[in-house]
Each structure stands twice: as C-alpha cells, then as structure tokens.
Design a protein around this ligand. Structure first.
Ligand code: SF4
Length: 343
C-alpha cells in the first residue's frame, strides 16, 4: 500500500475493516457491492487527500462533535484518514492570525479543489456582525471561500435552513446557506439534522472521492440516499402504528412495550431521513429507538414547527386530530392511525 494505506494501518485499520467499511459505504449510497466496495477501498488508499475547510457559524458544534466522536468501531471515523482538514476552529493547533492564514492559504492554493463544510446558521442582520471571526463576519468569510470551492456541504439544520438561531424570537437574522450562495454554480449539498448523521457525511465525501461525483440529490439539494424516504417508512414501531397501538402517556404499558409514539407528537411521518436504518453512535440506536418521539429535526421548519409540537405533546396524549392535521405524503398508513383514534 502507498502512504495512505500506511496511514490507515497506523490508525489500526486493517484490510478486512477497510473492506467492511467500504461495503457499508457502498450500501449506504445504494450502490451494488460489486464493483463499488473495491472502488471505494481503492480510492481510500490511493487518492490524494481531499482538502476540507470546516467553517462554523452560529452553532453548538454538535455536528463536528458527532463527526469526530464517531468511535473507532464506527466506519465513518475512517473518513478522517482520507481528508485533509485544513481549517477547523475547533481542532486546529494554530490560533489568531496563523489560524486565519491557514484558511486564506488553502483558498489560494487549492482553488476549485477544496470542499467547504458549513456548520451553523449565518447571521444576516446588522451586516453579519453577530458572528465575527478574525475581524471578518461569517458572511464575509463565506463570500470569500465558497465561490471557488469544489463543493459546499451544509451540515446540520442550522446551516441548511437557519435552525434554532432562526426560530421565532431570534434577533440575528439567521439564515441558511442558500441565502448566501444564491444562484452560484458551485455544487451545494444539504445534510440537515440535529446533529447531522456522521455516516451520511462520510458517504457524501466518499462519493466524490471514489466516484468523482457528488451523490444524487432532490430538488432542494438533499442527497436522496439519505433523505429520499420518510423516517416513518422504516421505523421499527411502524407495525404498531398500522395496528393502531399507540403510546398514550410516557412510561405507560404501551411505551414499555415499544408501541408507536405518534400520539405523543412523533414527527416521523413528516420527516425525511435514514435515522432508523443508519442510526447514531456506531449504529447503536436512534431517538425513536430509545423511546423518544422524532422531533423532525431534519425539516426546514425545525425548531418552530417541528420540535415545538413534540415538546408541547410531551407527557400528555395529543389530540389525534391535531397531529393528523400535519399528515404528509409519507402517510400511507392512515387506516391504522384512525383505528388508534377509536381506541
Ligand atoms: S409515527 Fe413515529 S414512532 Fe410511530 S411508526 Fe412512525 S416514526 Fe415510528
């Protein structure tokens, strides 16, 4: 193996693990195992590292934390071996002007070849002064780095749509990345979630690294491999929904038996994402799997229209009619829901 292979070896990743991870990535991207497992493994060990600038705006750093804390047993931790993270305020050793120089040097040296990952919303009010880094507003930093990027990946709902900082009552004029990129021809991928799923981000990067193309997206820019279907479609509680078996109160017998959380405000029917299958924390679990309702965190209305409804329902039985009013194209199981209303 070349130096990339040596680096993987140094990180304790043997050939078997690499192939297992590559097969997982191929599956996640809905590609056939043959020939794509081998192609991904080859790309990881032979392709030059992809320069990545990770820019943080108004955020809690939850997305980069999720990405970095993917445990060694999680395949996506491997992605850190095949990118060159040239700028990250959370991680980089330099500070002050030296740190800012890392950013401007990468833009100057790798024009058209670097990827920008944007985390957090962008304050637009008062000329963006609510988020100032190295004397420049986040808005200015983005305007200086995005136009010559190979691609822009917005991670987390704040970067995609404004998220929590854009919720009702916010004063910073927080917006999502589209408001900055406008009609630019730079490829833009939206990976909403609170936080983004690290495996989905890894697969997006691997798609470019191994195939030379970004994954297919829907019209809003979300990769269809991750956001093509509703949470409800693959939820392990769906059979209970279809049978009309709903949790009525947190901790009741239905909750303990793993019944559907629809009547406690679950937004799985209106929310797109692969959370039930990819899961989090090394694929150990996901919110609905732990007994909590889906808050709809990948939606453009999060926080005001998604989480608010679920929080309001916590601890009570939501009137089924109220929840049903938010039904969507994902709802192909209305019969079961109606059966539940009569119980
Ligand atoms: S409503 Fe929520 S808990 Fe019930 S099946 Fe759908 S996603 Fe799962």
């Amino acid at each position: 193996m070349d130096q990339h292979g040596s680096r993987l070896d140094a990180g304790g990743v043997d050939r078997r693990s690499l192939l297992r991870w590559s097969a997982f990535m191929a599956g996640l991207l809905a590609l056939p195992a043959v020939p794509y497992t081998a192609r991904i493994a080859e790309a990881v060990t032979t392709k030059p590292r992809l320069p990545v600038l990770w820019l943080n705006g108004q955020d809690c750093t939850g997305d980069i934390e999720a990405f970095l804390r993917a445990s060694r047993s999680s395949p996506s931790s491997l992605i850190l071996d095949v990118i060159s993270l040239d700028y990250s305020e959370l991680l980089m050793a330099p500070s002050g002007t030296a740190a800012e120089r890392s950013l401007t040097d990468t833009v100057a040296a790798y024009g058209g070849r670097y990827v920008v990952v944007v985390e957090g919303s962008i304050p637009n009010a008062a000329n963006g002064t609510f988020c100032t880094i190295g004397g420049r507003s986040f808005l200015e930093v983005l305007r200086a780095t995005l136009p010559s990027a190979l691609g822009v990946i917005a991670v987390g709902t704040c970067a995609c749509y404004g998220g929590l900082p854009a919720a009702s009552g916010g004063t910073t004029g927080a917006v999502g990345i589209r408001n900055v990129l406008g009609s630019s021809s730079v490829p833009l991928l939206l990976l909403p979630g609170c936080p983004v799923n690290a495996d989905n981000l890894a697969a997006t990067l691997i798609s470019y690294l191994a195939l030379g193309t970004w994954p297919a997206t829907d019209r809003s820019g979300r990769p269809t491999f991750a956001y093509g279907r509703c949470v409800h479609e693959r939820c392990e509680r769906r059979t209970f929904y279809q049978r009309g078996l709903f949790v009525r109160e947190w901790g009741d017998a239905g909750h303990q038996a793993g019944w559907c959380l629809y009547q406690l405000g679950c937004h799985g029917l209106q929310t797109r994402g692969n959370c039930p299958t990819v899961r989090f924390n090394g694929a150990t679990s996901w919110p609905v799997g732990t007994g909590a309702a889906c808050l709809g965190c990948t939606g453009s209305g999060f926080w005001d229209t998604s989480a608010g409804g679920a929080v309001a329902a916590a601890g009570t039985v939501t009137a089924a009619g109220t929840v049903a009013a938010t039904g969507s194209a994902c709802d192909g199981d209305a019969q079961g829901r109606n059966r539940g209303r009569r119980r």
